[in-house]
Design a protein around this ligand. Sequence first.
Ligand code: BT5
Length: 343
Amino acid sequence: MKTPNVLSNYIEFPGKLPVKHKILYMLLESQSKFLSWNDIGAKAGISGPEVRETVKNLLDDGFPVETTTERGCRISGKQDILFPSRIHEHLETQVLGRKILYTLSTTSTNDDARLVANGHPGGTLLTCETQTQGKGRLGRQWESPRGGIFLSLILKPEIQPAKVPSLSLVAGCATAKTLQSLGLDALVKWPNDVLVHGRKLAGILCEISAEPDRVAHVIVGIGVNANVSKTRMPGPVRERSTSILDELGKYVDRNVLIAGLLNNFEAYYFRFLESGMQTLIPEIQEIMAYVGSPVIIHNTAFGSGETQHGILRGLDKHGRLLVLASTGEIKTYTAGDVSLRLE
Ligand code: BT5
């Protein structure tokens, strides 16, 4: 059971850095040069034994710190690490990510965001290097190995609760556009996936807390397989997933990518709030997977569990899925899983 002290492992930006992160960033910035124990201690404001204890902690966290008695310690080579300050440098947003909460590892950033949403402003970003209990929809699991992007945004939109489900598509669209800017052929698969060459590269999980006519907050969780090969995923996921590393054959700067994603998402989010979902539909349909193709819909609304076949037609003005059934009738879905029907 999580305590209300859920953020004790997080660092807050802007804010004071805990000693561990101060030392980590010192080592990373010194670019493979040794830093003496004394220098580190003086800069971090702690004693020699405390420095050694903190460095041991960093080793336990998986950072390849090389330690020597004489010369001090260093981290060699480029490390793929998130820096809240670097995410911040690349932000062009007014609201999203203006406050960043970052930790190396947690159970699920969505769970943490939900627990702390009341005490934090709309737009707060939670992110981490790895999740131990990453969540998908309907109790499914989200594989969260290091190198991926795992983020949750606390949003406090003044909209009717019924409009919240559209935010999944808005986030999906922003994620796909961000991936397209890297040269990837990214498409949105209704309601919450981003596919590249038919394989899942990113997923969205929106969770709402609301009264009947008022939204308290929405947590928009986004997972992106970035600098991680799908070979690190368990078998069934490996077959149906891909990553930026697998597609482009190179590492990306996740700090820049997260900032770019937030920049794109905010632009769409503001349009959604100002003008409604309707204005975004044409753009989303343009990058939607399976339009015109035979599909199978597994309807998950109200636990109905029914499965239907049809031709995917697109979206209605609310972002609901339109499918042409074999009877000639157009069916509308508010929730479900779509897969391609192989003839
Ligand atoms: C999703 O659910 O796609 C939502 C994923 C949201 C993840 C983010 S990460 C930050 C935040 N914190 C969280 O705890 N969650 C959010 P769904 O449509 O139900 O898809 C889940 C299914 O995708 C699984 O059952 C697997 O088949 C597959 N899957 C799991 N991990 C994957 C991965 N890393 N890449 C691709 N597919 C994956």
